[in-house]
Design a protein around this ligand. Sequence first.
Ligand code: F6R
Length: 368
Amino acid sequence: EKGGFEWFMLKEIDEQPSAVADTLRGRHSPGGLLQLDEMRISDTELREVDKIIVIACGTSFYAAMVAKYAIEHWTRTPCEVELASEFRYRDPILNKSTLVVTISQSGETMDTLMAIRYARQQRARVLSICNTNGSTIPRESDAVIYTHAGPEVAVASTKGFLAQVVACYLLALYIAQVKGMKYGDEIDGILAEIGRIPDGIQRMLDEGDQMRKLATELAGSRSILFLGRHVGYPVALEGALKLKELAYIHAEGFAAGELKHGPIAVIEQGLPVFVIVPPKGRDQLQEKTVSNIQEIRARGARTIVLAEDGDEDVVPYADHLIRLPKVPTLLQPLVSTVPLQIFAAEFASQLGHDVDQPRNLAKSVTVE
Ligand code: F6R
Protein backbone atom coordinates (compact mmCIF):
# COMPACT_ATOMS: atom_id res chain seq x y z
CA GLU A 1 0.00 0.00 0.00
CA LYS A 2 3.02 2.26 -0.01
CA GLY A 3 2.51 2.42 -3.77
CA GLY A 4 6.13 1.63 -4.56
CA PHE A 5 7.51 4.18 -2.11
CA GLU A 6 9.90 3.18 0.63
CA TRP A 7 7.90 5.09 3.23
CA PHE A 8 4.32 6.23 3.65
CA MET A 9 5.70 9.68 4.22
CA LEU A 10 7.24 9.76 0.73
CA LYS A 11 3.98 8.52 -0.74
CA GLU A 12 2.05 11.23 1.13
CA ILE A 13 4.49 13.91 -0.01
CA ASP A 14 3.90 12.67 -3.54
CA GLU A 15 0.12 12.94 -3.11
CA GLN A 16 0.25 16.65 -2.36
CA PRO A 17 -0.82 17.94 -5.79
CA SER A 18 -4.10 16.05 -5.37
CA ALA A 19 -4.41 16.90 -1.66
CA VAL A 20 -4.39 20.58 -2.67
CA ALA A 21 -6.64 20.13 -5.71
CA ASP A 22 -9.14 18.01 -3.76
CA THR A 23 -9.29 20.55 -0.93
CA LEU A 24 -10.13 23.28 -3.45
CA ARG A 25 -12.61 21.24 -5.47
CA GLY A 26 -16.29 22.04 -5.40
CA ARG A 27 -15.98 25.08 -3.20
CA HIS A 28 -16.26 27.74 -5.78
CA SER A 29 -18.06 28.60 -8.97
CA PRO A 30 -16.64 31.38 -11.17
CA GLY A 31 -18.01 34.75 -10.17
CA GLY A 32 -20.03 32.96 -7.53
CA LEU A 33 -19.65 32.65 -3.83
CA LEU A 34 -17.32 30.33 -2.04
CA GLN A 35 -19.06 27.38 -0.42
CA LEU A 36 -17.74 25.91 2.80
CA ASP A 37 -19.01 22.71 4.44
CA GLU A 38 -20.88 22.69 7.71
CA MET A 39 -20.97 26.44 8.17
CA ARG A 40 -23.22 26.85 11.15
CA ILE A 41 -22.15 30.46 11.61
CA SER A 42 -24.39 32.90 9.77
CA ASP A 43 -23.08 35.64 7.53
CA THR A 44 -24.51 38.18 9.99
CA GLU A 45 -22.51 36.62 12.81
CA LEU A 46 -19.43 36.50 10.62
CA ARG A 47 -19.77 40.17 9.76
CA GLU A 48 -19.71 40.95 13.47
CA VAL A 49 -16.43 39.14 14.01
CA ASP A 50 -13.85 41.67 15.17
CA LYS A 51 -11.05 39.31 16.13
CA ILE A 52 -9.89 35.94 14.88
CA ILE A 53 -7.72 33.60 16.93
CA VAL A 54 -6.20 30.61 15.18
CA ILE A 55 -5.19 27.77 17.48
CA ALA A 56 -3.32 24.53 16.81
CA CYS A 57 -0.33 22.36 17.77
CA GLY A 58 2.86 21.35 15.96
CA THR A 59 2.79 21.44 12.20
CA SER A 60 -0.85 22.56 12.26
CA PHE A 61 0.31 25.56 14.27
CA TYR A 62 2.61 26.53 11.41
CA ALA A 63 -0.40 26.39 9.07
CA ALA A 64 -2.06 28.74 11.58
CA MET A 65 0.90 31.12 11.32
CA VAL A 66 0.50 31.19 7.54
CA ALA A 67 -3.25 31.76 8.04
CA LYS A 68 -2.60 34.93 10.02
CA TYR A 69 -0.86 36.58 7.07
CA ALA A 70 -3.69 35.66 4.70
CA ILE A 71 -6.50 36.54 7.09
CA GLU A 72 -5.16 39.97 8.00
CA HIS A 73 -4.18 40.78 4.43
CA TRP A 74 -7.46 39.75 2.82
CA THR A 75 -10.02 40.41 5.56
CA ARG A 76 -8.45 43.32 7.48
CA THR A 77 -9.61 41.63 10.67
CA PRO A 78 -7.10 41.41 13.52
CA CYS A 79 -5.81 37.86 13.86
CA GLU A 80 -3.77 36.16 16.57
CA VAL A 81 -2.23 32.73 16.47
CA GLU A 82 -1.67 30.68 19.55
CA LEU A 83 -0.44 27.25 20.53
CA ALA A 84 -3.38 25.25 21.85
CA SER A 85 -1.38 24.23 24.91
CA GLU A 86 -0.86 27.87 25.89
CA PHE A 87 -4.17 29.41 24.89
CA ARG A 88 -6.47 28.85 27.80
CA TYR A 89 -3.89 29.38 30.49
CA ARG A 90 -3.32 33.03 29.69
CA ASP A 91 -6.87 34.19 30.36
CA PRO A 92 -7.50 35.16 26.72
CA ILE A 93 -10.05 37.85 25.91
CA LEU A 94 -12.92 36.27 24.04
CA ASN A 95 -16.55 37.08 23.45
CA LYS A 96 -19.25 36.35 20.93
CA SER A 97 -17.63 38.50 18.28
CA THR A 98 -14.44 36.46 18.46
CA LEU A 99 -13.99 33.75 15.86
CA VAL A 100 -11.76 30.96 17.06
CA VAL A 101 -10.34 28.84 14.26
CA THR A 102 -8.69 25.56 15.15
CA ILE A 103 -6.59 23.45 12.83
CA SER A 104 -6.11 19.74 13.36
CA GLN A 105 -5.29 16.96 10.93
CA SER A 106 -6.44 14.17 13.24
CA GLY A 107 -9.33 15.99 14.88
CA GLU A 108 -8.37 14.35 18.18
CA THR A 109 -5.57 16.50 19.59
CA MET A 110 -6.42 16.99 23.26
CA ASP A 111 -4.92 20.45 23.72
CA THR A 112 -6.81 21.72 20.68
CA LEU A 113 -10.05 20.14 21.87
CA MET A 114 -9.63 21.73 25.31
CA ALA A 115 -9.05 25.11 23.66
CA ILE A 116 -12.33 24.67 21.74
CA ARG A 117 -14.26 23.84 24.90
CA TYR A 118 -12.79 26.83 26.66
CA ALA A 119 -13.56 29.16 23.73
CA ARG A 120 -17.17 28.00 23.53
CA GLN A 121 -17.62 28.53 27.26
CA GLN A 122 -16.56 32.12 26.64
CA ARG A 123 -19.25 32.29 23.92
CA ALA A 124 -16.80 32.57 21.03
CA ARG A 125 -17.73 30.90 17.73
CA VAL A 126 -15.47 28.03 16.77
CA LEU A 127 -14.64 26.93 13.25
CA SER A 128 -12.40 23.93 12.74
CA ILE A 129 -10.21 22.94 9.84
CA CYS A 130 -9.85 19.19 10.00
CA ASN A 131 -8.82 16.24 7.84
CA THR A 132 -10.75 13.51 9.66
CA ASN A 133 -14.48 13.17 9.13
CA GLY A 134 -16.46 12.47 12.23
CA SER A 135 -13.58 13.10 14.62
CA THR A 136 -14.12 14.85 17.96
CA ILE A 137 -12.91 18.35 17.04
CA PRO A 138 -15.35 18.97 14.16
CA ARG A 139 -18.17 17.47 16.26
CA GLU A 140 -17.58 20.04 18.97
CA SER A 141 -17.25 23.03 16.61
CA ASP A 142 -19.83 25.44 15.19
CA ALA A 143 -18.44 25.14 11.71
CA VAL A 144 -16.01 22.90 9.83
CA ILE A 145 -13.90 23.08 6.74
CA TYR A 146 -12.69 19.62 5.87
CA THR A 147 -9.34 19.26 4.18
CA HIS A 148 -9.39 16.50 1.58
CA ALA A 149 -5.84 15.25 1.91
CA GLY A 150 -6.93 11.65 2.44
CA PRO A 151 -5.75 9.59 5.41
CA GLU A 152 -2.27 10.41 6.65
CA VAL A 153 -0.41 7.33 7.88
CA ALA A 154 3.12 8.61 8.49
CA VAL A 155 3.39 10.27 11.89
CA ALA A 156 4.97 13.38 10.39
CA SER A 157 2.35 15.53 8.73
CA THR A 158 2.95 16.51 5.09
CA LYS A 159 -0.06 16.49 2.78
CA GLY A 160 -2.20 17.32 5.81
CA PHE A 161 -0.23 20.55 6.24
CA LEU A 162 -0.51 21.69 2.64
CA ALA A 163 -4.25 20.99 2.64
CA GLN A 164 -4.60 22.97 5.89
CA VAL A 165 -2.85 25.94 4.35
CA VAL A 166 -5.24 25.80 1.38
CA ALA A 167 -8.24 25.60 3.73
CA CYS A 168 -6.92 28.67 5.58
CA TYR A 169 -6.77 30.62 2.30
CA LEU A 170 -10.34 29.52 1.52
CA LEU A 171 -11.52 30.61 4.94
CA ALA A 172 -9.78 33.97 4.65
CA LEU A 173 -11.35 34.55 1.23
CA TYR A 174 -14.75 33.47 2.53
CA ILE A 175 -14.59 35.97 5.39
CA ALA A 176 -13.32 38.65 3.02
CA GLN A 177 -16.26 37.96 0.75
CA VAL A 178 -18.85 38.02 3.54
CA LYS A 179 -17.37 41.20 5.00
CA GLY A 180 -17.32 42.81 1.55
CA MET A 181 -13.55 43.25 1.54
CA LYS A 182 -13.15 41.22 -1.66
CA TYR A 183 -15.52 40.70 -4.57
CA GLY A 184 -16.14 37.81 -6.93
CA ASP A 185 -13.59 38.67 -9.58
CA GLU A 186 -10.77 39.30 -7.11
CA ILE A 187 -11.58 36.04 -5.36
CA ASP A 188 -11.70 34.26 -8.72
CA GLY A 189 -8.25 35.64 -9.49
CA ILE A 190 -6.74 34.43 -6.23
CA LEU A 191 -8.42 31.04 -6.52
CA ALA A 192 -7.09 30.69 -10.05
CA GLU A 193 -3.58 31.27 -8.67
CA ILE A 194 -4.16 28.65 -5.98
CA GLY A 195 -5.57 26.34 -8.67
CA ARG A 196 -2.23 26.45 -10.48
CA ILE A 197 -0.29 25.45 -7.35
CA PRO A 198 -0.65 21.65 -7.81
CA ASP A 199 1.49 21.98 -10.97
CA GLY A 200 4.09 23.85 -8.97
CA ILE A 201 4.08 21.15 -6.31
CA GLN A 202 4.40 18.49 -9.00
CA ARG A 203 7.47 20.26 -10.31
CA MET A 204 9.04 20.27 -6.82
CA LEU A 205 8.36 16.52 -6.66
CA ASP A 206 9.85 15.94 -10.10
CA GLU A 207 12.95 17.79 -8.96
CA GLY A 208 13.10 15.82 -5.69
CA ASP A 209 16.39 14.16 -6.67
CA GLN A 210 18.31 17.28 -5.78
CA MET A 211 17.00 16.97 -2.21
CA ARG A 212 18.07 13.33 -2.06
CA LYS A 213 21.58 14.32 -3.21
CA LEU A 214 21.64 17.16 -0.73
CA ALA A 215 20.65 14.79 2.08
CA THR A 216 23.66 12.62 1.18
CA GLU A 217 25.97 15.62 1.06
CA LEU A 218 24.81 16.93 4.41
CA ALA A 219 24.77 13.54 6.14
CA GLY A 220 26.70 13.83 9.37
CA SER A 221 25.45 17.34 10.14
CA ARG A 222 24.47 17.57 13.78
CA SER A 223 22.72 20.90 13.42
CA ILE A 224 20.85 22.58 10.57
CA LEU A 225 19.19 25.99 10.57
CA PHE A 226 16.28 27.37 8.56
CA LEU A 227 15.58 31.04 7.90
CA GLY A 228 12.50 32.65 6.43
CA ARG A 229 10.56 35.89 6.36
CA HIS A 230 6.84 36.65 6.17
CA VAL A 231 5.07 33.36 5.30
CA GLY A 232 8.53 31.85 4.77
CA TYR A 233 9.04 32.08 8.52
CA PRO A 234 6.51 29.35 9.39
CA VAL A 235 7.96 27.33 6.49
CA ALA A 236 11.39 27.60 8.16
CA LEU A 237 9.88 26.41 11.45
CA GLU A 238 8.19 23.52 9.66
CA GLY A 239 11.41 22.52 7.86
CA ALA A 240 13.18 22.43 11.23
CA LEU A 241 10.41 20.49 12.97
CA LYS A 242 10.38 17.81 10.26
CA LEU A 243 14.11 17.34 10.64
CA LYS A 244 13.97 17.19 14.44
CA GLU A 245 11.19 14.65 14.51
CA LEU A 246 12.60 12.36 11.81
CA ALA A 247 16.37 12.74 12.00
CA TYR A 248 16.72 13.47 15.74
CA ILE A 249 19.24 16.24 15.13
CA HIS A 250 19.22 19.81 16.29
CA ALA A 251 17.29 21.92 13.81
CA GLU A 252 15.93 25.37 14.35
CA GLY A 253 13.93 27.85 12.35
CA PHE A 254 14.32 31.61 12.70
CA ALA A 255 12.70 34.70 11.29
CA ALA A 256 15.50 35.96 9.04
CA GLY A 257 15.13 39.48 10.42
CA GLU A 258 15.89 38.19 13.91
CA LEU A 259 19.35 36.96 12.92
CA LYS A 260 21.21 39.99 14.12
CA HIS A 261 19.30 39.94 17.40
CA GLY A 262 21.04 36.78 18.47
CA PRO A 263 20.94 33.69 16.28
CA ILE A 264 23.76 34.86 14.01
CA ALA A 265 26.12 34.10 16.89
CA VAL A 266 25.67 30.37 16.31
CA ILE A 267 26.76 30.52 12.67
CA GLU A 268 30.09 28.81 12.23
CA GLN A 269 32.16 27.31 9.45
CA GLY A 270 30.24 24.72 7.46
CA LEU A 271 26.91 25.02 9.30
CA PRO A 272 24.13 24.20 6.83
CA VAL A 273 21.49 26.93 6.68
CA PHE A 274 18.38 26.72 4.51
CA VAL A 275 17.04 30.12 3.48
CA ILE A 276 13.59 30.55 1.96
CA VAL A 277 13.66 33.67 -0.19
CA PRO A 278 10.36 35.51 -0.76
CA PRO A 279 9.40 36.55 -4.29
CA LYS A 280 10.59 39.97 -5.41
CA GLY A 281 8.11 42.74 -4.92
CA ARG A 282 6.30 44.21 -1.99
CA ASP A 283 8.21 45.42 1.05
CA GLN A 284 11.71 44.54 -0.14
CA LEU A 285 11.38 41.17 1.52
CA GLN A 286 13.52 39.54 -1.14
CA GLU A 287 16.30 42.15 -0.90
CA LYS A 288 16.39 41.90 2.89
CA THR A 289 16.60 38.14 2.76
CA VAL A 290 19.41 38.25 0.21
CA SER A 291 21.38 40.46 2.58
CA ASN A 292 20.77 37.93 5.37
CA ILE A 293 22.23 35.22 3.13
CA GLN A 294 25.32 37.39 2.55
CA GLU A 295 25.72 37.91 6.30
CA ILE A 296 25.62 34.24 7.21
CA ARG A 297 27.77 33.19 4.29
CA ALA A 298 30.43 35.71 5.28
CA ARG A 299 30.54 33.85 8.60
CA GLY A 300 31.08 30.48 6.98
CA ALA A 301 27.53 29.09 6.69
CA ARG A 302 26.86 26.58 3.94
CA THR A 303 23.81 28.11 2.31
CA ILE A 304 20.96 26.16 0.78
CA VAL A 305 18.83 28.78 -0.90
CA LEU A 306 15.23 28.31 -2.03
CA ALA A 307 14.43 31.10 -4.47
CA GLU A 308 11.99 31.60 -7.30
CA ASP A 309 12.85 31.21 -10.98
CA GLY A 310 14.64 34.22 -12.34
CA ASP A 311 15.94 35.47 -9.00
CA GLU A 312 19.58 35.97 -9.97
CA ASP A 313 20.48 38.04 -6.89
CA VAL A 314 20.86 34.93 -4.78
CA VAL A 315 23.17 33.08 -7.15
CA PRO A 316 26.52 34.39 -5.85
CA TYR A 317 25.67 33.46 -2.26
CA ALA A 318 24.04 30.07 -2.72
CA ASP A 319 26.15 26.96 -2.14
CA HIS A 320 23.07 25.02 -3.18
CA LEU A 321 20.24 26.62 -5.10
CA ILE A 322 16.73 25.20 -5.16
CA ARG A 323 14.44 26.83 -7.66
CA LEU A 324 10.80 27.49 -6.86
CA PRO A 325 8.07 28.29 -9.39
CA LYS A 326 6.94 31.92 -9.46
CA VAL A 327 3.84 32.25 -7.28
CA PRO A 328 2.34 35.12 -5.27
CA THR A 329 4.14 35.75 -1.95
CA LEU A 330 1.26 34.55 0.22
CA LEU A 331 1.04 31.24 -1.63
CA GLN A 332 4.74 30.42 -1.60
CA PRO A 333 4.55 28.02 1.40
CA LEU A 334 2.61 25.57 -0.77
CA VAL A 335 5.65 25.08 -2.96
CA SER A 336 8.59 25.93 -0.66
CA THR A 337 7.60 23.39 2.03
CA VAL A 338 7.82 20.46 -0.38
CA PRO A 339 11.61 20.25 -0.83
CA LEU A 340 12.07 20.61 2.94
CA GLN A 341 9.76 17.62 3.53
CA ILE A 342 11.67 15.53 0.99
CA PHE A 343 14.96 16.58 2.52
CA ALA A 344 13.90 15.58 6.05
CA ALA A 345 12.54 12.21 4.93
CA GLU A 346 15.64 11.39 2.88
CA PHE A 347 18.06 12.63 5.53
CA ALA A 348 16.38 10.46 8.19
CA SER A 349 16.11 7.48 5.87
CA GLN A 350 19.82 7.66 5.11
CA LEU A 351 20.53 7.67 8.85
CA GLY A 352 18.60 4.42 9.04
CA HIS A 353 15.68 5.79 11.04
CA ASP A 354 12.07 4.70 10.76
CA VAL A 355 10.70 7.61 8.78
CA ASP A 356 7.04 6.69 9.28
CA GLN A 357 7.23 6.01 13.00
CA PRO A 358 9.80 8.28 14.59
CA ARG A 359 10.79 7.49 18.14
CA ASN A 360 8.73 8.95 20.98
CA LEU A 361 5.97 10.26 18.70
CA ALA A 362 2.32 9.30 18.15
CA LYS A 363 0.04 10.24 15.29
CA SER A 364 -2.69 11.62 17.50
CA VAL A 365 -1.76 13.27 20.74
CA THR A 366 -4.78 12.57 22.90
CA VAL A 367 -3.23 13.63 26.19
CA GLU A 368 -2.43 17.15 27.31
C1 F6R B 1 4.44 17.08 12.92
C2 F6R B 1 3.17 16.59 13.41
C3 F6R B 1 2.61 17.13 14.68
C4 F6R B 1 1.13 17.47 14.51
C5 F6R B 1 0.51 17.94 15.82
C6 F6R B 1 -0.94 18.35 15.66
O1 F6R B 1 4.82 16.46 11.74
O2 F6R B 1 2.56 15.76 12.77
O3 F6R B 1 3.32 18.25 15.09
O4 F6R B 1 1.02 18.46 13.52
O5 F6R B 1 0.60 16.91 16.77
O6 F6R B 1 -1.73 17.30 15.22
P1 F6R B 1 -3.15 17.54 14.62
O7 F6R B 1 -3.03 18.36 13.39
O8 F6R B 1 -3.70 16.16 14.34
O9 F6R B 1 -3.96 18.25 15.67
